[in-house]
Ligand binder design. Structure first.
Ligand code: B12
Ligand code: SF4
Length: 499
């Protein structure tokens, strides 16, 4: 059987503001995982439209398309095109799971939820000539899965060809997150077997790995064994985890020992009221600085993720967030405009209140305002979002933030990583067009090399600002960054909130 697997690009690919580097980071791991279920004599190709040209004049027997909300319209157009040619088209992924009826109009078969058990079931049915119209994932396990078909990945087209996932889902339930909708009807957090994860890591060439797991520290037992197993492998890796997990126990030290050098942390908001409202119930006043300090002490760079426009955000939220992130020495920041993905609790709430103003899925990219914000107008939200990016990545703020670390090497790495990521777009474009990203992977490995607490030797508190002006638990405009900065290691235990 001739099979074509496609990750359609989002429409933004045609915009002048397109940042090719962002979409040349990771290969389509979901499709490469599903491809492992084909027979050896099936002829499979995998096309990632973000990094290569998609031709549509071929005649495969089966087309498999992954649909995110932001590429949905293009995915549907491609699906319609192949179906008109009489080819079987199957659709799956996050958006199909959120809106199955919409997707079903463009597919012979749709898949709801993760495809690890339903896709092989479909392939069996297809062979028997009796594929169903819909497969719904109920059994959830990563045991005994065949190895990801990495041979289908064109490694040279990606900065981070070694992306990997060793768990699925997350143990938490934030109301705005895709997760609960996607994993409905079965387990929503599960892991690979540790030996299988370690074997997969061993098979990856080079040093650098990027764990795309939602929460790499989410299962303590699994992660402890994973990091113990990775110790001595000489890997450098990046991953994502929650505020809470960085503070709890010594897992983060184990991760650092195993090679963790940069962590994506979902701070989400500097307004603690937003956390209660969205199910992120940690106490922001106490935890955030402690997280930063602990990671800093371990030489782990931080990519902080922040959402703007939640119901407790006033127009001052942009400056407050940037000021805090800079004062704390956050290495890179990812800002988002709050986006109510269909299927989430957040979407239901806003919909119920009549506040959804656009159903154009192309705009659900966290850069557009698709709902009516509560305490500011849409223009303020979108302008504030752009301003936050501009201000955070201004030369001045990069330089101030870079100086907030305990070691000179960390300061230099911060500066190099942050400027390299945001300030040299034209250079990235040249490298991408010349298909030379593999050389940049070694540069990345250099930047992610180990930092030990050395030369500078000063405590973060030497950079601290004036004393606290308010003791309120609610994050006050003037008090918030300062309250955060006064935390020290001894406060860590006290600062632990429930997840
Ligand atoms: C890596 C990543 C990216 C990478 C690259 C993605 C890629 N090349 O695939 C980059 C950085 C480019 C990226 C960009 C964006 N991303 Co992104 N990203 C992720 C992340 C962290 C991991 C995805 C992944 O690889 N998972 C691991 C693999 C194994 O799982 P999978 O891809 O989901 O595939 C499984 C199932 O979905 C299913 N499946 C998928 N397709 C199909 C098809 C068939 C036929 C079948 C049977 C099954 C099936 O089976 C697979 C195996 O179980 C997810 C978070 C997450 N955990 O999903 C967010 C996530 C997918 N991104 C998201 C968003 C919003 C974006 C952006 C809009 C962000 C932005 N502001 O720029 C852009 C636009 C992306 C686009 N192309 O449209 C949202 C999507 C929300 C939604 N409802 O669609 C997520 C869920 C993050 C979040 N928490 O909100 N992203
Ligand atoms: S902690 Fe992150 S991945 Fe987990 S539910 Fe919340 S937003 Fe989603």
């Amino acid at each position: 059987m001739k099979v074509k697997m496609i990750l359609p690009a989002l429409l933004e690919a045609e915009s002048p503001a397109w940042r090719p580097v962002k979409y040349s980071l990771f290969p389509p791991l979901g499709l490469a995982s599903l491809a492992s279920h084909f027979d050896v004599d099936d002829e499979v190709t995998l096309v990632d439209q973000h990094v290569e040209k998609l031709t549509l004049d071929d005649q495969p027997d089966l087309v498999v398309i992954q649909v995110y909300i932001t590429n949905a319209y293009r995915a549907y157009a491609i699906a319609d095109h192949y179906r008109e040619r009489g080819i079987t088209v199957v659709l799956g992924g996050l958006h199909v799971t959120s809106l199955p009826q919409e997707a079903a109009l463009h597919a012979d078969t749709i898949f709801i939820g993760p495809g690890d058990s339903t896709f092989p079931e479909f392939l069996k049915d297809l062979k028997r000539g009796k594929p169903k119209h819909e497969y719904r994932s109920v059994a959830r396990s990563l045991d005994n899965l065949p190895p990801v078909r990495r041979d289908l990945i064109k490694r040279g087209l990606y900065l981070v060809p070694n992306s990997i996932v060793v768990t699925r889902g997350c143990p938490f339930h934030c109301s705005f997150c895709y997760k609960d909708a996607f994993f409905k009807g079965g387990r929503s957090f599960y892991t690979q077997r540790v030996d299988a994860a370690l074997s997969e890591i061993e098979r990856l060439p080079g040093k650098h790995l990027y764990f795309l797991d939602d929460h790499l520290l989410g299962n303590r037992k699994f992660s402890t064994q994973l990091f113990d197993g990775m110790k001595g492998m000489g890997r450098l890796f990046q991953g994502a985890a929650t505020v809470d997990s960085v503070l709890r126990g010594d897992l983060i030290e184990k991760a650092a020992d195993a090679g963790l050098r940069s962590l994506f942390v979902g701070f989400e908001s500097v307004n603690s009221a937003n956390h209660s409202a969205t199910g992120k119930i940690q106490n922001i006043n106490r935890e955030y600085s402690a997280v930063v300090e602990r990671l800093d002490d371990l030489g782990i760079m931080i990519n902080g993720s922040f959402v703007f426009g939640l119901d407790h955000d006033k127009p001052d939220v942009f400056d407050r967030t940037v000021d805090w992130a800079v004062s704390q020495g956050i290495t890179t920041a990812t800002f988002h405009i709050a986006t109510p993905y269909p299927g989430t609790e957040y979407h239901s709430e806003l919909d119920h209140q009549g506040r959804i103003v656009s159903q154009d899925w192309d705009k659900y990219d966290t850069r557009h305002v698709v709902f009516k914000p509560k305490l500011m107008d849409s223009e303020t939200l979108v302008n504030g979002y752009h301003r936050a990016y501009r201000d955070f990545y201004s030369w001045r703020n990069i330089s101030v933030a870079s100086r907030q670390h305990n070691s000179i090497k960390h300061c230099v790495k911060h500066f190099a990583y942050s400027t390299g990521w945001r300030k040299f777009e034209p250079l990235w474009d040249i490298v991408i067009r010349a298909k030379q990203l593999r050389f940049m992977t070694s540069v990345l490995e250099g930047v992610l090399s180990k930092v030990s607490k050395d030369n500078k030797g000063e405590s973060r508190s030497q950079y601290d600002q004036p004393p606290i002006t308010s003791e309120t638990n609610e994050v006050g405009l003037d008090s918030q960054p300062i309250v955060m900065q006064r935390l020290h290691k001894r406060d860590l235990t006290r600062s632990l909130g429930s997840p």
